[in-house]
Design a protein around this ligand. Sequence first.
Ligand code: FAD
Length: 339
Amino acid sequence: MNSVFVYCEIEEGVVADVSLELLTKGRTLANKLGVKLEAIALGYGLNEIGKQVFPYGVDVLWVGDDKKLSPYTTLPHTAVLVNLFKEEKPQIAFMGASSIGRDLGPRVSSALHSGLTADCTSLEIGDYDDPKNQKTYHNLLYQIRPAFGGNIVATIVNPECRPQMATVREGVMKKEIYNPDHQGEIKKIDVARYVNETDFIVKVIERHMEKSKVNLKAAPIIVAGGYGVGSKENFKLLYELAEVLGGEVGASRAAVDAGFCEHERQIGQTGTTVRPKLYIACGISGQIQHTAGMEESAMVIAINTDVNAPINKFADYVITGDLNVIIPKMIQYYKKNSK
Ligand code: FAD
């Protein structure tokens, strides 16, 4: 049985969180399959990468250290991955559903005719009974994600082609150190053997990094508003509550689409995935595309006029009523009772 591979994204010498999250999941799956977990790092000046990834349980770290591989461009990274996968034949390969992973993943999978499931929300190992040829496939990767506009949660399997490839968005999987002292083996990739001069046809001339001021991922408390908030003006109430609680404001897509809130605050399948200590959902119905981005919150309070709102199923506390009445009371009582 061959290994589980994870492509690690690197920015200024630091491995991206999404890659560490995939290594954490990859380690669990590799243990289940009884195989190695292997990581791939492509870039320049990668001497310290081992220290960053080995604690996540990486057995083999493939390093392609070459000035031409940094910053990321599509063709050389694709060429290295395709050739490495042809030689090493991983049974599973993961990458982040980031702008890099979304660029790289489909190219690699189409070159290898392997298929790819994008934006998985869960990954497991299991068997599959194929009714067509009455065959049971063992230890396949269950690639689980919402499908058909979120009306179903689909489990996708790929019995025939390898690697079984999937992308996962940042924040969906947990990042957890496996063993701080875990040591793996470093294997150097002979980059020149895998890439051609024509792969360097695109040159990055200048880079400009825009940093968002909103950091939903780091917020311990999120006050999220939905279409039920009613207006941009009413969202001010949520900002006020977030301020007294020391939290951030998030939003559903319907609230963002209606112009009540900026897109960078959107939570859910096509927004950010968060796991705060407390999530206060105000006027949010709780459609699957929203809950996919917040269901791992430690505690959820739902404020909704509809007693049957689906969000209530996720909530530890349900407050049924008008948010315009409830939130000012929350602000008032919190201010009164906190020191
Ligand atoms: P609604 O469903 O309209 O719910 C409004 C709620 O407010 C209702 O429950 C109502 O009872 C309540 N309400 C009304 N007035 C009040 C009041 N005064 N006080 C208290 N409660 C009140 N959605 C996301 O959020 N994030 C995503 O990332 C996302 N990605 C998507 C991706 C795809 C491919 C698709 C198809 C959809 C996606 N959606 C996403 C949209 C999602 O399906 C829902 O349409 C959206 O989450 C609904 O937002 P909402 O709950 O704010 O609005």
